[in-house]
Write a protein that binds this ligand. Structure first.
Ligand code: IMP
Ligand code: ZN
Length: 335
């Protein structure tokens, strides 16, 4: 089966984690030539073939490296366009890209500028006659944020709703933060009918019953990872038929699960009635494209062509796009 040609839906991809090493290297070369960076070459910082980032080494990669390198408008535009074009070339028919609004004071970039720049790259890609991919944007709250910052993310998501922002996310280092402080931000989102997705039970530290029930009270339509889930919480997720964003390679490489591909909790969730969107999370870091994720699932869970098509289509029901987006996907995705 040609997994690249298979039209796919990608619902869990972080912009800064989806930038390829080649694209980062390109930006580094340009900055180096202009004497604008003292950073190490990305190909040395993140060598080709190195994918074994765990929860301890993964997060500093952004705060200490990628954000330092991609710190102006040209690099934001170049990386966003590169990420969009890579997903499109991989046969993604519908993409929900997520990012944490980031002000870059050194370049006079506000959070509004950051979002507007990404949205204009997305608008250009969406309207390109050559593209078969539609993209929407999700804005992330980082677990390390305080409440005013989280409320600002909701405000910005609502402000740019008519321009392609479709939801908010809660992400970030699962070892950090107390998620209960965000209750007023999620309440505002709910009251404005702004959809919610949440990184859920990613690590034992972020999987206490208190945290998981608190997150479920925020009423997310979708949850990501869903790894360390006690039985009563699983029951509730099944009852609500929440959309599940499952990221195979990321979980294996980062050792977030015990064992390997065939041991992934996809096996448990499959067939429980929750729509599943196989997703890449951070393809720039973990190196597995969405087509490769489908190939791995087919191989390790013995799925035939019909099973794979059904799995890919099951994600349609849980997108945050319009009814029109869903209709288009029902038309183009394989049966
Ligand atoms: P950005 O939001 O576009 O800057 O993408 C990078 C950010 O996404 C990181 O700083 C993390 O906060 C978040 N992120 C990426 N992957 C994960 C993950 O697997 N779990 C939680 N947060 C993540
Ligand atoms: Zn994620």
């Amino acid at each position: 089966m040609d997994f690249v040609a298979l039209p796919k839906v990608e619902l869990h991809a972080h912009l800064s984690g989806s930038i390829s090493r080649e694209c980062l290297h390109d930006i580094w070369l340009q900055k180096k030539a202009r004497g604008e960076t003292t950073l190490e070459d990305p190909l040395i910082e993140m060598p080709a073939g190195k994918f074994d980032y765990d929860l301890e080494t993964f997060f500093p990669l952004f705060s200490k490296y990628i954000y330092e390198l991609c710190n102006d408008l040209p690099s934001l535009i170049q990386t966003t366009n590169s990420v969009l074009s890579t997903f499109s070339s991989d046969g993604v028919a519908y993409l929900e890209l997520r990012t944490t609004p980031r002000a870059i004071p050194s370049a006079n970039i506000t959070k509004d500028d950051y979002i507007q720049t990404i949205l204009s790259c997305i608008a250009a890609a969406n309207s390109s006659p050559a593209s078969k991919m539609k993209t929407n944007l999700i804005l992330s709250i980082d677990r390390r944020n305080n409440l005013p910052t989280a409320v600002e993310v909701v405000f910005l998501a609502l402000k740019y709703r008519s321009q392609g922002v479709v939801a908010i996310d809660l992400c970030g280092d699962p070892a950090v933060g107390d998620v209960s402080i965000f209750a007023p931000a999620f309440k505002q989102a709910r009251e404005a009918n702004l959809p919610i997705t949440i990184h859920f039970a990613e690590s034992p530290a972020s999987s206490t019953p208190e945290e998981l029930w608190c997150l479920l009270e925020y009423m997310p339509q979708r949850i990501g990872h869903v790894i360390n889930v006690p039985d009563d919480v699983k029951e509730e997720i099944v009852k609500r038929k929440l959309g599940l964003e499952l990221c195979l390679s990321c979980n294996v490489h980062a050792k977030m699960i015990t064992g390997t591909y065939g041991d992934h909790h996809f096996g448990w969730w499959r067939g429980k009635g929750c729509p599943i969107a196989l997703s890449t999370d951070d393809v720039g870091v973990f190196g597995s494209s969405l087509s490769n994720e489908y190939r791995l699932i087919a191989e390790h869970f013995n799925l035939n062509r019909a099973d794979i098509c059904e799995l890919a289509r099951s994600a349609i029901d849980t997108i945050f796009g319009t009814e029109e987006d869903k209709q288009r996907l029902r038309g183009v995705m394989w049966k």
